[in-house]
Design a protein around this ligand. Structure first.
Ligand code: KIV
Length: 275
């Protein structure tokens, strides 16, 4: 299959064909996403919680992000792979932002980058450096404490206008798409109509141009909390726990391994002479 391109995603929006996007953080997950035919993989900084056990996304470093992008690139040749710019890697200066972006592209090998916030000047600088950028507005987890926690954003008309203006400015700055997180459904629709680039929603309702979910949330692999906007398509976590418990029991009672799991070739009597 040919690699998914930015042009393809824009065409999909034009035709009203929805875009599917999901996070993945390692080789085995990427292989599964590739096989499912999903168009875009986000190596999201949510890996800080789902893979590394931190309470939030702020701790994650660019080195850690690169470490996770590389196996995803190997496992999924077809989807577009978007790497997340981590907190603190693009808020000091434009040259810091471009430096961090260059590292993710060169050392990680992804196709595009995502960055949080209504910051068109940073988007523009990175796009001008030749790197495709996806914006991320609404609830931005890296700065959730500034937004009063993990809450629905854009609920007043003023806040909705600011979000739409941010989306327009990010499009103007050259972004190829924008993730909009946790806003009222009608605001998700309005943002999608206000710009010509694809709006990928997460908790932004049914009328966005595509949807993104976190791998662990949608598959039942993360039990710390579950946002209202997540649909769980499987409950893999409990199945894994049951399989591990069955294994433990069979090791203890000798039911595993069976003869079919063993290697022949020597007999016990011959070996007795050796000890
Ligand atoms: O890091 C992430 O998983 C994200 C999604 C929530 C869009 O940014």
């Amino acid at each position: 299959m040919a690699k998914v391109t930015i042009q393809q995603l824009k065409e999909m929006k034009k035709k009203g064909e929805k875009i599917s996007m999901v996070t993945a953080y390692d080789y085995s997950q990427a292989v599964l996403v590739e096989k499912a035919g999903i168009e875009v993989i986000l190596v999201g900084d949510s890996l800080s919680m789902t893979m590394l056990g931190f309470p939030g996304t702020v701790n994650l470093t660019t080195d850690e992000m690169i470490h996770h992008i590389r196996p995803v690139v190997k496992g999924a040749p077809t989807p577009m792979i978007v790497g997340d710019m981590v907190f603190g890697s693009y808020n000091e200066s434009l040259s810091q932002a471009i430096g961090s972006a260059n590292r993710l592209m060169k050392e990680g090998g992804c196709d595009a980058l995502k960055l949080e916030g209504g910051c068109p000047e940073i988007v523009e600088a990175i796009v001008k450096a030749g790197i495709p950028v996806q914006g991320h507005i609404g609830l931005t987890p890296q700065t959730a404490s500034m937004l009063g926690g993990f809450k629905v954003q854009g609920k007043s008309l003023d806040a909705a206008k600011k979000l739409i203006d941010d989306a327009k400015a990010i499009e103007q700055a050259g972004a190829f798409s924008i993730v909009v997180e946790c806003v009222p459904e009608e605001l998700g629709r309005a943002v999608s109509q206000a710009v010509s680039i694809p709006i990928i929603g997460i908790g932004a309702g049914r009328y966005c141009d595509g949807q993104v979910l976190v791998f662990h949330d949608m598959l039942g692999l993360f039990d710390k909390f579950l946002p209202k906007f997540v649909k769980q398509y499987a409950q893999i976590g409990p199945e894994i726990i049951q399989a591990l418990a069955d294994y433990k029991k069979e090791v203890k009672d000798g039911a595993f391994p069976e003869e079919k799991h063993t290697f022949g070739g020597l007999n016990a009597e011959d070996l007795k002479g050796l000890y």
